[in-house]
Design a binder for this molecule. Structure first.
Ligand code: BGC
Length: 436
């Protein structure tokens, strides 16, 4: 699992250690997981970006279980898909010495905060709950930082999901495209019908979602990891990157022009209401369609993104706890226990659109979830950690690449070759392996 470079950690540490209210190195284990005494009043402040209908409903599964333990969930919800806003709010809160007790903090970024001693270690809860045996190895390794468990997992999303409007597909006799050539044929077929082939937003993270999907489709998880985990400059200078960028630009021809910045929920709506035929998005969109009363294979279908059928481009949802002065430790540990209960895993993920982090297959999964589970179960060589959702690299690198890709997509004056060189320069500057 990639970690941020030591220089970056030192820089951030210097900045954070200067703040009086923080307790650096506060992470040494406190007392073991004790249940909260029943009737004890208490609450946990939770920062997150689960603000859509299905996201709210899914998280309520956890909120309700917490309430049964007399712990109130106090919401700090920051709208904005993929947590683009929430990440920034979290950083300012931490820097101001007002870290929330719990945060939806996904991915490699755990390492950044844990290295600074800010996160509560959940080792006792993990041992008692036998987490290592129960969960997929990829998730287990993601939660671990230098031998300590620093977050509690909720579920695994599949980001390489192509949704389609069943009525449109039926009307035109279409089947889900397995390759980009098949996708192009559908685009041609829909020409002149008034239906937009591909629903899309110009928000940076949503364009980068296409980009990371195309990167995976181009040459599989090994090349994908060289790009986004190893940050290998030579991988960026490879002819395959040129091809990915050309494909990304050509996809604009399948979208309504101009492509506007819209929240993912709005774009999802435009597909199910028949304006558009297809939509590429993480499977939280399935949760949202369900919340709107729509059923898989009736109103909407799901398939892997063309060229990625064997693979799983993943983003896991997790909750990390800030250690503070340990006054919330018992409640935080209770929350961690709740997230890993089999019932919560099943109920939460069913609503959220994701799959449980547990290796044992949940019998209540729908067709899309079963496909996702099968692909993820095949192991590391079929899995690709999402760049956009912080699974592959640190926040700074991710933001730099995402911004560059959006710039390229929006400004047609920028050539593929220029972007390729700029991405390679970012990789050269920020990668851990400067000799590449
Ligand atoms: C999170 C999902 C969330 C999605 C849309 C992703 O980063 O993992 O839980 O539904 O963003 O905001």
């Amino acid at each position: 699992m990639a970690r941020i470079g030591p220089a970056l950690v030192r820089g951030a540490a210097a900045c954070l250690l200067a703040l009086p209210l923080l307790a650096p190195q506060a992470r040494a284990a406190g007392p073991s997981a004790a249940p909260v005494p029943s009737g004890a009043p208490g609450s946990l402040q939770v920062l997150h970006w689960w603000t859509s209908d299905s996201e709210r409903q899914a998280i309520n599964v956890v909120v309700n279980q917490l309430a049964r333990q007399d712990i109130q969930w106090r919401d700090i919800s920051i709208p904005g898909g993929a947590g683009m806003g929430a990440g920034k709010v979290l950083k300012s809160m931490v820097l101001a010495g007002r870290a929330p007790e719990v945060t939806q903090l996904n991915g490699v970024i755990f390492g950044e905060w844990a290295d600074l001693g800010l996160l509560l270690e959940l080792d006792n809860v993990a041992v008692q709950g036998n987490w290592e045996k129960q969960m997929f190895p990829a998730v287990w390794s993601l939660l671990n930082n230098r031998g300590h468990v620093v977050a509690a997992p909720l579920g695994i999303h599949r980001v390489n999901t192509l949704f389609y409007n069943v009525a449109i597909f039926k009307r035109y006799g279409l089947t889900p495209p397995r390759t980009w050539e098949e996708f192009d044929k559908i685009v041609q077929l829909l020409r002149g019908t008034g239906i937009v082939p591909l629903a899309q937003s110009a928000e940076a993270w949503q364009i980068a979602t296409l980009f990371e999907n195309l990167a995976l489709a181009e040459s599989g998880p090994a090349y994908y990891r060289r790009l986004f985990v190893d940050m290998s400059p030579s991988a960026y200078l490879d002819a395959r990157m040129l091809h990915i960028l050309k494909r990304l630009r050509s996809l604009a021809g399948a979208m309504a022009q101009p492509v506007r910045e819209r929240p993912w929920t709005e774009v999802a709506r435009s597909m199910v209401n028949g304006e558009a035929a297809m939509f590429i998005m993480g499977d939280w969109a399935k949760g949202e369609f369900n919340a709107w009363g729509l059923t898989v294979d009736q109103q909407f279908g799901c398939a892997p993104v063309p060229g990625t059928g064997d693979y799983h481009l993943y983003s896991t949802d997790t909750l990390a706890m800030f250690a503070d002065n340990y006054s919330h430790q018992a409640m935080q540990e209770t929350l961690a226990q709740i997230t890993m209960s089999a019932a919560v895993q099943s109920d939460y993920n069913k609503i959220k659109g994701s799959i449980p982090v547990l290796r044992a297959q949940d019998p209540h999964m729908d067709r899309c979830a079963r496909d996702s589970w099968r692909a993820f179960s095949k192991g590391a060589s079929y899995q690709a950690p999402s760049l956009v959702h912080r699974m592959a690299t640190d926040e700074t690198t991710k933001d730099a690449i995402v911004a560059e890709v959006q710039r390229f997509f929006i400004d047609r004056q920028i050539t593929e070759e220029q972007t390729q060189k700029r991405l390679a320069a970012i990789a050269r500057t920020l990668s851990r392996n400067r000799n590449d």
